[in-house]
Ligand binder design. Structure first.
Ligand SMILES: Cc1cc2nc3c(=O)[nH]c(=O)nc-3n(C[C@H](O)[C@H](O)[C@H](O)COP(=O)(O)OP(=O)(O)OC[C@H]3O[C@@H](n4cnc5c(N)ncnc54)[C@H](O)[C@@H]3O)c2cc1C
Length: 417
């Protein structure tokens, strides 16, 4: 079957990979001139099954209210005259109950565990290099109340098979000696030995190359504008390439346009509750390898994640629900540099930090849309929010099974629209 994958981020490229392995004739279309040039470009690098607590949880509404007017708050909701933003916000509130949060954690842990296995198998099969490390993820807390609050989600995750252990500050420093200068601030931590880290851009671009070698066609520099349809079938995708309008035709289609999936879905009268949550990252050259971390870290108070990528360090975080703008807010970038430099002063050349911003395609529950839409030949693999890198291989392998009419090997509620 001919399948057109819309989007060449980590989700679109992994989708193309698993579909071509099933013997399909795959084409990928993207507006950029290469893969992974938007949200998959410089993310936090974590393959974190353990990071499955959704933003929507019982303590979220009070925290968001507190942060509403703080310019460097980790999560910023800037109310706009935007119906979709409000709809997303209201739906987010309905996801904040304990029952919904527990259900969403289960979904994310199951998908994450499956995905990490798929990534490991893909890595073994292809030998792709992407500065990956298998040293686990250490989530440290500098606030007692937050650490107390972490016990329950950690227990739920252990019950679900994700071995997230609660440890004390001394053990945290033993596992990652780079945290020694911050020992007195740390009140406790959790550690998940099976988690990993690596550069999502390097991975995606290397996999795109393997896809090409396997016969996948790439159409870059081409903007998807609209669809041609008849009843419940998609007949083609209208695109703009070098100023020329044309229609790309295929047997089936996969929507993996990150935050822009929602915008394109509306052209089909389909509502996907995906809203961009802008995040930032800094990438810093390692100065003193002895003082730089190897274990991937999560700083709970500042909601920052740290990954060592070869001779670079990536620190990422913060979320701004403020529409589709990718304007880089220096205050927020400098807040990341300040915190990271305070925690590990000798680790990096902090004054050489490169700043980046990207739009997480976020659903109110943090759970992505994976499955068939109500159009008979349109599939969805999108809305991966904070964990698109972690969930990419599993989502793509599962979608390829769904396309084949097979039941994916993971317990997850596959939802199209
Ligand atoms: C600051 C930050 C830190 C993060 N840290 C982590 C982390 O540590 N671990 C983790 O698992 N996840 C992390 N994420 C999330 C992860 O990066 C995303 O979930 C993931 O990159 C989404 O991939 P995607 O392929 O869906 O979207 P994208 O990478 O954005 O790909 C979508 C593609 O669609 C193309 N496109 C869009 N519209 C059109 C159009 N109209 N026509 C043609 N092409 C179009 C774009 O060019 C792009 O290539 C982080 C995100 C951010 C912002």
């Amino acid at each position: 079957m001919r399948i057109l994958v819309m989007g060449a981020g980590v989700v679109g490229i992994t989708t193309a990979w698993y579909l071509q392995k099933q013997g399909h004739e795959v084409t990928v279309v993207d507006r950029q001139n290469h893969s992974a040039l938007e949200t998959s470009y410089a993310n936090g690098g974590q393959i974190s099954v353990s990071h499955a607590e959704p933003w929507a949880n019982p303590s979220a509404p009070a925290k968001i209210l507190k942060w509403l007017f703080k310019p460097d708050a980790p999560l910023l909701y800037r109310p706009k005259a935007d119906l979709y933003q409000w709809r997303w916000g209201l739906s987010f509130l309905t996801q904040c109950t304990s029952a919904k949060a527990a259900h969403n954690i289960r979904q994310m842990v199951n998908l994450g565990t499956y995905s990490r296995c798929q990534l490991q198998a893909l890595r073994a099969e292809t030998g792709i290099e992407y500065d990956h490390l298998e040293k686990g993820i250490l989530h440290f807390y500098t606030n007692e109340a937050e650490f107390d609050g972490a016990q329950e989600p950690a227990r739920i995750m252990r019950d679900l098979g994700c071995d997230r252990q609660v440890i004390d500050a001394d053990r945290a420093v033993e596992l990652e000696p780079a945290l020694a200068p911050a020992r007195d601030r740390i009140v406790g931590a959790t550690y998940t030995a099976d988690d990993e880290s690596g550069d999502a851009r390097k991975f995606t671009q290397a996999l795109a190359e393997r896809c090409q070698q396997a016969g996948v066609e790439f159409i870059y520099g081409t903007e998807v504008l609209d669809f041609e349809r008849a009843g419940d079938r998609i007949l083609g995708v209208r695109v703009l390439q070098e100023g020329r309008h044309q229609t790309l035709r295929s047997d089936s289609y996969v929507l993996s346009l990150g935050s822009f999936s929602a915008v394109l879905a509306r052209k089909l009268g389909m509502f996907l509750n995906i809203y961009p949550a802008k995040g930032y990252s800094i990438t810093v050259p390692v100065k003193n390898p002895e003082a730089a971390f190897n274990v991937s870290l999560t700083d709970d108070e500042y909601k920052l994640v740290y990954s060592r990528l070869g001779d670079r360090m990536r620190v990422a975080g913060t979320a701004e629900l403020n529409g589709y703008t990718r304007t880089l807010n220096e205050t927020r970038c400098r807040a990341i540099v300040r915190r990271a430099a305070e925690m590990m002063p000798e680790a990096g050349y902090w004054d050489q930090a490169e700043f980046w911003t990207g739009l997480r395609p976020t659903t109110p529950s943090n759970v992505p849309y994976i499955g068939k839409s109500h159009f008979t030949n349109l599939y969805l693999n999108t809305g991966h929010g904070t964990l698109g890198w972690t969930h990419s291989c599993g989502s793509a392998a599962a979608l390829a099974d769904i396309v084949e009419g097979r039941r994916p090997g993971v317990e997850f509620t596959f939802s199209g629209v």
